[in-house]
Design a protein around this ligand. Structure first.
Ligand code: HEM
Length: 449
């Protein structure tokens, strides 16, 4: 007997759904029906059910929630749908800038923005372009490749520069981000790609306290401090090294700065910023870049259009981020009774904004399911909105531009050569494997003589 169809809300909440794709048809129906819907938090594997939440589907309402931190707090219950398991766990995640409200948030954000100026980003851009070319040139030597795996090296290398880490330690970043973002996915939850040959002293400190999977094969919850002691050990060592030997990297600048009250960034603040960058600056691009490639594979005429007119590349990158939307949602908590689009919301209830739905809102984007490399205007929300707007947006855009410019330069045609393997996650629109093959462009003619 066929199973009765599940409600759309159960489909969008279930991490298993995303192994097969983002349920855009369910988002379309929910967004058309009403602006805000109550979603039950059903049990997922070993995790118990939660109290449920209000999901916000439409572009206008997502923006309104995000620009009102006094009403919808990032701090009260933090920013993930699932509540932290214990009061201690909540207290721990609240130390991250991501989970603060103004004015505490503004202090750290101000310090960080100062060390993350357009000049710093421009200095990184030159290296990014070289690295993107090296990655694509190495790929071109092979007949076919797992683009998700190969392209993942660019955000890792860039992040190692930003954080002032030795390049060889970047595989630790890969492991940490996978464990945090992939905790719902069996392959990623206990991944370990770190090479133990000749580790740096900081890597040694981290590896010495790296937890092992328990008898059930699971790692401790990586969204608690005790669940990811290796990341903290590394950050601690890095901070004390940088204080003694500041470099030209963003984190050295941050550590040596003082705020308006003459206060320096504390070690605890540095460690939590390290966590935020290690995850936010890595996993998002690791999914956004292959997501952009899927857009081009599914729309080969847009690939040709871009190859013929490179001036479209910045627009194409934003369209990739709208069409793929690497981070599908973020959570806030209502701090007092209020309304969203006329729907009453009670103090203490969770409110989850769905970027994956808002970025396909037909009220804002004509023909929203179409990938249009030249789309303009493109007021997408892939980087969020309001006081927590992504701090790495320019850096993310420049990495995507550099990588796709290199791909367009080397490959005349790209096509799939196997099955896409997607991440099991209701938060990140993740790709684990994307096998592709290509036809190389003819090398430019060498002038005679
Ligand atoms: C395509 C890539 C990326 C996407 C889609 C993305 C998405 C986002 C989103 C949606 C937020 C808002 C969170 C909220 O409202 O609660 C955010 C915040 C943040 N992102 Fe990104 N991000 C990307 C790349 C990066 C990179 C490369 C970095 C750093 C190198 C970075 C660092 C941050 C930080 C530090 C925050 C917190 C800002 C704050 O709390 O004020 N992100 N990102």
């Amino acid at each position: 007997m066929a199973r009765p169809p599940r409600p759309d809300t159960a489909v969008i909440f279930d991490p298993d759904t995303y192994v097969y794709g983002v349920p855009y048809d369910a988002f379309d129906r929910l967004r058309a029906r009403e602006p805000v819907t109550w979603v039950e938090e059903l049990p997922v594997g070993p995790w118990p059910p939660g109290p449920g939440y209000w999901a916000v589907w439409r572009h206008v309402d997502v923006r309104w929630v995000l620009r009102n931190p006094g009403l919808f707090s990032s701090h009260a219950g933090a920013t993930q749908i699932r509540d932290p398991a214990t009061p201690d766990d909540l207290a721990y995640v609240r130390q991250s800038m991501l989970n603060m409200d103004p004015p505490e948030h503004s202090r750290l954000r101000g310090l960080l923005s100062r060390s993350f100026t357009p000049r710093e980003v421009a200095a990184l851009e030159r290296t990014i372009e070289q690295r993107a070319r090296t990655i694509v040139d190495a790929m071109a030597e092979t007949g076919e490749s797992d683009f998700a795996k190969v392209a993942a090296d660019l955000p890792l290398l860039t992040l190692a520069d930003v954080l002032g880490m030795p390049e060889d330690d970047r595989h630790l970043l890969f492991d940490w981000a996978s464990r945090v973002i992939g905790y719902q996915d069996a392959e990623y939850a206990s991944i370990d790609v770190t090479d133990r040959q000749a580790p740096t002293p900081m890597a040694m400190a981290a590896l010495a306290v790296r937890p092992s999977p328990g008898p059930d094969g699971r790692m401790p919850d990586p969204r608690t401090r005790s669940g990811i002691p290796d990341l903290y050990a590394y950050a601690h060592e890095l901070a004390s090294y940088k204080r003694r030997h500041p470099g030209a990297d963003v984190m050295s600048t941050l550590l040596t700065q003082v705020d308006d009250d003459g206060k320096r960034v504390s070690v605890a603040e540095f460690e939590n910023l390290f966590w935020l960058f290690a995850v936010a600056g890595n996993e998002t691009l690791r999914n956004g870049v292959p997501g952009g490639m899927v857009a081009l594979l599914d729309h080969p005429w847009e690939y040709d259009r871009l190859a013929a007119d490179r001036s479209l590349l910045p627009r194409a990158v934003d369209e990739m981020l709208r069409w793929w939307t690497p981070v599908m949602n973020f959570r806030r908590t209502a701090v007092r009774d209020c309304e969203i689009a006329g729907k009453p919301i009670r103090a203490g209830e969770k409110v989850v904004v769905y970027f994956a739905s808002a970025n396909r809102d037909e009220r804002v984007f004509p023909d929203p399911d179409r990938f249009d490399a030249g789309r303009s205007p493109n007021d997408h929300l892939a980087f969020g909105y309001g006081p927590h707007f992504c701090l790495g947006a320019q850096l993310a855009r420049s990495q995507m531009r550099a990588l796709f410019a290199a791909v367009l330069d080397r490959f005349k045609v790209v096509e799939r050569s196997g099955e896409v393997v997607r991440l099991r996650s209701n938060f990140q629109n993740g790709i684990k494997h994307l096998p592709i093959r290509w036809q190389l462009r003819d090398p430019p003619a060498v002038p005679a003589g």
